[in-house]
Design a protein around this ligand. Structure first.
Ligand code: DGJ
Length: 727
């Protein structure tokens, strides 16, 4: 990933400059990502129509008229039909400099460029015949992953600013079969609840208006299952996820003729953008994938794409860290931390993450009521500073990381006293806090640069810090800026994210060895726009392993497993083995005071950590096949399979006590021809294997047909199985 490119194109992904060639009248423009194709057609009147979205061309249905796939002849991207009417939700709505509210886009040309052996970029140029306004539709097709990345860029040279009132990144058409929408609803400590419904006529909207912690209510990802509700291993299904950390909007409109159009992109609400002449407004990318084998295959495609293109160092495994948040909250000092380091080392962990509460002197950060914004080490708690702690960690063979929340400020802080105008606010309104804090106005370049300098300063002065948990604990309220002019107040949400990305890109470039965990009071910022600058994310403050089974399951639908932080804690006092067996299925860490564990528990944890080290490459980087859904049965199970199919690790969790004899656990994803040694790992001291075939060598075919017998019965029973191919 080239972070330079990211800053240049603002909100959209990297792209290299492409020469646009005007072609007289191409009949078809094809974006081909392996078996996933998006095909457009230029009609005789120069309008661009979508011809096909889905599997290979051989599957194309015959086209009756040019716009057979478009309801009411609506064009792909603008807001006016031939009568100047917008009969359906437009993807683009523009107020021209002279007040004209309609936009008609005509095809000008297109070009295609192979960026490397896997990625092809296509650019389609559209222009309003009556106004100097251009829209470029851009696509990157990833052949190996069957993924298409799509975004748009808008520019003009009218006599004054053009007001962008609506500006989608993508607006594909589906159907005409019944379509089932899956989306993800959440709240603090209750993220990624899967909902599915059949779309009906009219518009269904999934959106965020929360600004900074934008994904608190809905994650910007969805599935569209064609013809029937989504299934794990069969059925035609599309997945879409917007690479954007801020406000988004997905509108699914079914017109009376039953065609579905999905308008996906930035949320235009309170975000009208006055685009000056000769500037380019680049939109964030929608990442699409497609499968004819259900949502399981779709998840594997997104994860493969994510590891290669959507995150930092996606092909590397992550270290096992101990975080002190649930262990201490704000109540710690140097001695306490060093004792936690020792506990981490004794159990075999590899990193320590110091959470909230280490900073502030005039307003010591002893609670969430004060000190946020004052990024100086708190003398009272940590007289020897961060580098001392980093050294103490290093002496024990641990890396050291810190928590930051640089976008926010408590009113009770030096920072706010010095710069009250830096907080997001609106004239005449009493300041409204959330978690006792305000959001800093990143649209102000002085604030943006202060944020970069502050984090850069901490990392520069403390080279022992190699990990940052970047938190963001409130939504944007009262969206006003003391910096933006009166006619640009509605730019705030967008400029905020431009600055956030700018700072994250600069930090990644200057501190390439510092890993970043995105956190937003849990999963309030989980998306591929933010993940470009990070290595992983904190899914939720709910670390109850029972709840985490479903949550991790859903994040795995779109994101790679080495990005999904899963910590063993004592929340809800679940059995330690169950907590480990759930955390071990993703990027495992711990968040507890390990000195409080009994001798037996410590021994179990030490073994579990040692075993995790032997399986983590398969678990974090392998392909996941979900075997038994936590929605459909009292037992859930999944398997991670290495790409060479020589190793695999399966997890099974008993979510409720079973009243019937346990069913056999049938595996997937193995090589039918290979023979695998089956081994149950992570057993408690003295515990008998729960898998009948433990120690046996069986063929992949048998394992995938007959499965293994597994004696889980009581709630919180769980098992971890390792499969190793024998020579
Ligand atoms: C919210 C995060 O989700 C928690 O893990 C923790 O870091 C707190 N913030 C600290 O204030």
């Amino acid at each position: 990933m080239n972070f330079d490119d990211v800053t240049q194109v603002e909100l959209s992904p990297t792209d290299s400059e492409t020469e646009v060639q005007t072609t007289s009248s191409p009949q078809k423009i094809e974006v081909r990502a392996g078996n996933f194709h998006l095909i457009f057609q230029v009609d005789e009147d120069k309008r661009l129509s979508q011809l096909h979205f889905g599997a290979g061309e051989s599957e194309l249905q015959p086209i009756g008229t040019n716009q057979a796939f478009l309801p009411f002849g609506e064009p792909v991207f603008d807001n006016a039909d031939s009568d100047g009417n917008a009969t359906l939700e437009p993807a683009l709505q523009v107020l021209h400099a002279d007040g004209n509210t309609s936009t008609r886009l005509e095809f000008v040309g297109h070009s295609s460029q192979k960026l490397d052996e896997n990625v092809t970029q296509t650019r389609i140029e559209l222009r309003d015949p009556n106004y100097p306004l251009q829209v470029a539709l851009l696509f990157k097709a990833y052949a190996r992953e069957d993924v298409i990345e799509q975004w748009a860029e808008i520019s003009h040279s009218e006599n004054g600013p053009v007001v962008l009132q609506k500006f989608a990144s993508a607006a594909p058409v589906f159907g005409p079969q019944d379509t089932f929408l899956t989306y993800y609803r959440g709240n603090w400590a209750d993220e990624m609840n899967r909902e599915e419904e059949k779309l009906g006529y009219g518009v269904k909207t999934i959106a965020s208006r929360m600004g900074s912690r934008a994904h608190l209510g809905f994650n910007p990802s969805f599935l569209l299952s064609i013809g029937a509700p989504a299934q794990e291993n069969e059925g035609e299904i599309f997945g879409g996820t917007l690479a954007y950390g801020g406000n988004f909007e997905f509108q699914f409109e079914i017109a009376p003729d039953h065609r579905l159009r999905a308008i996906c992109g930035l949320n235009p609400q309170a975000s009208q953008f006055r685009l000056k002449p000769n500037q380019t407004f680049a939109l964030p990318a929608m990442i699409w994938s497609y499968s004819r084998a259900g949502r399981g295959e779709l998840a594997r495609r997104f994860a493969r794409w994510g590891r290669s293109y959507g995150m930092r160092e996606g092909h590397k495994t992550r270290d096992i860290l101990l975080n002190n948040w649930e262990a201490t909250y704000f109540d710690f000092d140097e001695n306490k931390l060093v004792s936690l380091f020792q506990g981490a080392k004794d159990l075999g962990m590899e990193m320590f993450l110091l959470d909230d509460g280490w900073f502030g002197n005039k307003y010591p950060r002893d609670s969430d009521k004060q000190g946020l914004g004052d990024w100086q080490t708190m003398q009272k708690k940590l007289p020897n500073g961060l580098s001392f702690l980093a050294d103490e960690a290093q002496k024990r063979g641990l890396r050291f990381g810190i928590w930051l929340e640089p976008e926010m400020v408590n009113p009770k802080s030096d920072l706010f006293e010095a710069h009250p105008d830096w907080a997001i606010q609106q004239p005449g309104r009493a300041l409204h806090t959330e978690r006792n804090q305000l959001t800093l106005d990143l649209s102000n370049p002085a604030v943006r640069d202060w944020m970069f300098d502050t984090v850069d300063g901490i990392l520069g002065e403390n080279p022992g810090i190699s990990y940052v948990k970047w938190d963001c604990n409130r939504t944007i309220g009262q969206p006003g800026s003391t910096y933006l002019g009166a006619d640009e107040q509605s730019h705030l949400y967008i400029e905020y994210y431009r600055s956030y990305y700018d700072v994250m890109a600069r930090l990644a470039q200057k501190h390439p060895n510092v890993e970043i965990m995105n956190c937003s009071g849990g999963g309030g910022r989980v998306d591929y726009g933010s993940l470009r600058f990070a290595h992983e994310f904190w899914p939720s403050d709910n670390t109850d392993p029972l709840r985490r089974v479903r949550m991790q399951w859903e994040y795995q639908q779109f994101f790679p497993n080495n990005a999904i932080a899963a910590h063993v804690t004592d929340m809800k006092k679940r059995p330690l083995k169950f907590a480990f067996d759930v955390a071990m299925s993703a990027r495992m860490g711990m968040d507890m005071d390990t000195s409080k564990l009994s001798v037996e528990e410590k021994e179990f944890a030490r073994n579990a950590i040692a075993q995790y080290k032997t399986i983590r490459e398969v678990v974090q980087l392998g392909d996941i096949f979900r075997l038994e859904s936590p929605y459909e049965s009292v037992r859930a199970a999944q398997i991670s399979v290495a790409s060479d199919q020589n190793r695999a690790v399966a997890f099974a969790w008993q979510l409720e006590t079973s009243k019937t004899a346990p069913a056999r656990l049938v595996l997937r994803g193995l090589d039918a021809q290979k023979r695998y040694l089956v081994r149950e790992i992570n057993l408690k001291a003295g515990q008998n294997a729960q898998v009948g075939e433990n120690g046996q060598v069986l063929s992949g075919a048998v394992l995938m047909q007959n499965g293994v017998s597994i004696s889980l019965a009581e709630q919180f029973d769980s098992a971890v199985l390792e499969f190793s191919a024998q020579d």
